[in-house]
Write a protein that binds this ligand. Structure first.
Ligand code: PPE
Length: 308
């Protein structure tokens, strides 16, 4: 995936140069994973750069912080403006945006409440996330031998730094064994999600995705796909899904801000359908990119212009 550094990072209200955005090695977050973050994309549109579903991402950031008792020292409106300014200041046509709220340096020890809360916003160029050929042929995934974090251990709905140590175990297993990505099942044995993506399965013209209680992040691309499916008249349901549903699916795809809509070519080396991206995946991808790139009407008010 092509990664292009930004120039300025917003750090507690000021812009600092990329190479100067540093924290102490004894910051709480470094030792205990005590941070929450977002991943957002801005796209090039015919009328200028626009940020996709900015309000929903900011809201989820505040939800994640609330779950972890972190008081963000800015209002949602202030942070929203800061995100727009950071994109503008770095001058990208399209980019990935990473707001991060984290506990900083005070004293170590598990009591998190004493550490100061800091906020940064970074942006960078990020191309295709999962594999160079993801758009064309799709990715090969494996069902991980690790389980997804369970609901009463670490809350999956909070997009917290520490959650991703679980994702890393699965992703490393997949990559070392020659797959592009892993799919997690929950401790109940039912399908959950990818390491950084939500999961969709298509069979007989209906779209299925695990429900919120299946240890998933409440993905904004997931919600976008469900909404587009409704708009296109494709039936879509959220429900518990057994693992073997993947093997008999007509189509499987992953969704995420970074991954966008990525077709899955095989699961555990079993081909999905005939191994080509299916018609529903292709329709959803086309509709998704038409909206984010400003080629279709923004009927759900999902785009925030950066330069207005
Ligand atoms: N599940 C997980 C665990 C997850 O991390 C993401 C986003 C999603 C689902 C999809 O959510 P949404 O982006 O709202 O549609 N993963 C982010 C982090 C990727 C990374 O490598 O860092 C992302 O896609 O921005």
């Amino acid at each position: 995936m092509a990664w292009v550094e930004g120039t300025f990072i917003w750090f507690d209200g000021d812009f600092v140069r990329w190479e100067d955005a540093k924290i102490h090695v004894l910051s709480h977050v470094v030792h205990y994973g005590s941070g929450v973050f977002e991943g957002i994309r801005a796209y090039k549109t015919p009328t200028g750069t626009a940020i996709f579903r900015l309000g929903d991402h900011v809201r989820r950031l505040y939800d994640s912080a609330k779950i972890y008792r972190m008081d963000i020292p800015y209002s949602q409106e202030e942070l929203t403006r800061a995100i727009i300014e950071t994109v503008a200041r770095n001058g990208f046509d399209s980019c990935y945006i990473r707001p991060l709220v984290f506990r900083g340096y005070h004293e170590l020890g598990l009591n998190a409440l004493m550490s100061p809360v800091h906020v940064i916003i970074a942006v960078w160029g990020w191309g295709t996330y999962l594999a160079a050929d993801a758009g064309a042929g799709g990715v090969d995934v494996v069902v991980a031998s690790w389980n997804r974090i369970a609901p009463n251990t670490m809350p999956p709905m909070a997009k917290a730094c520490g959650n991703y140590i679980n994702s890393q175990l699965m992703n490393m297993q997949a990559v070392v064994d020659g797959y592009h990505e892993a799919i997690a099942v929950g401790t109940d044995g039912l399908l959950s999600e990818g390491t950084g993506e939500n999961l969709f399965v298509v069979r007989d013209g209906t779209i299925y995705t695990p429900q919120l209680a299946s240890s998933i992040l409440n993905g904004i691309t997931r919600s976008t796909v469900l909404t587009i499916a409704r708009d296109l008249g494709i039936p879509a349901v959220e429900q518990p899904l057994p693992r073997e549903f993947l093997y008999i699916a007509d189509e499987v795809f992953l969704t995420g801000t970074a991954a966008e809509i990525t077709p899955v070519r095989s699961v555990d080396r079993i081909l999905v359908g005939n191994g080509e991206p299916g018609p529903i995946t292709r329709r959803l991808r086309e509709a998704f990119f038409a909206i984010v790139e400003g080629r279709a009407p923004d009927s759900h008010s999902w785009l925030t212009p950066v330069y207005s």
